[in-house]
Write a protein that binds this ligand. Structure first.
Ligand code: 2DT
Length: 217
């Protein structure tokens, strides 16, 4: 291993599509079976002061206009950059549930301009691998209503359209890998995990430099 840095791996997609389960399985596999130092993080990080505001907003305890909350989500990533950089450079692999891609898709779904949404995340640490979880339209991830602010069928459909649009329209998204997250007899949790592991193994094998690049530059 020498002094090779760790990889930044992002899991993206709609709510309740399996990101948390799969990212935990991956983290356990890398640390226990592959002896790779690895940590799982999630955005929003609700433990910071800014994260506390985001949490209150998501739970409908406070109101916030769309641009302000977008900037808070971004600030919540920026405040974690120094510690993430330090961990990556000392060789830890980070598996992160949601990143700037959710930032753009959820805010764009409310009608904000995509370029404006992206601008405040330009320069974050660029991921080495982005896995976007996608599931067929009839799948039941789109048919629930949860307690938090964005957890309605209608809004999740809007977000999915935004994820799909930028994935297919812009060269900046061409590095996003799609995971078919259909959980059925043909594709169970283990099959999906195998697919994820094969992407991750390639990424770890091909990590070329110790430098970290900047997102969207
Ligand atoms: P979780 O359910 O995964 O905790 O997410 N969101 C997330 C945004 O609107 N912008 C962002 O930048 C991020 C990271 C997605 C809580 C909700 O917050 C949304 C769902």
């Amino acid at each position: 291993m020498g002094s090779k840095r760790g990889a930044l791996i992002i899991f993206e997609g709609l709510d309740r599509i399996g990101k948390t389960t799969q990212s935990k399985l991956l983290c356990d596999y890398l640390s226990q079976d592959c002896n790779i130092r690895c940590e799982r993080l999630a955005f929003p990080d609700r433990t910071t002061q800014i994260g506390g505001l985001i949490d209150a907003y998501l739970q409908r305890k406070i109101e916030c206009n769309d641009r302000t909350i977008h900037l808070l989500f971004s600030a919540n990533r920026w405040e974690c950059m120094d510690s993430m950089r330090a961990k990556l450079l000392r060789g830890d692999t980070l598996i992160v549930d949601r990143y700037a891609y959710s930032g753009v898709a959820f805010s764009q779904a409310k009608g904000l301009d995509k370029t404006w949404c992206q601008s405040c995340d330009v320069g974050l640490i660029k991921p080495d691998l982005v896995l976007y979880f996608h599931r067929g339209k009839q799948a039941n991830c789109l048919s629930y209503t949860g307690e938090e602010r964005y957890e309605t069928k209608h809004f999740q459909e809007e977000v999915e359209t935004c994820f799909e649009q930028f994935r297919s329209s812009s060269h900046q998204w061409k590095d996003i890998n799609v995971i078919n997250a259909d959980n059925n007899q043909m594709r169970n949790r283990e099959t999906i995990q195998e697919e994820i592991r094969s992407y991750v193994k390639d990424t770890l094998k091909n990590l070329k430099s110790n430098d970290l690049e900047e997102l969207w530059k």
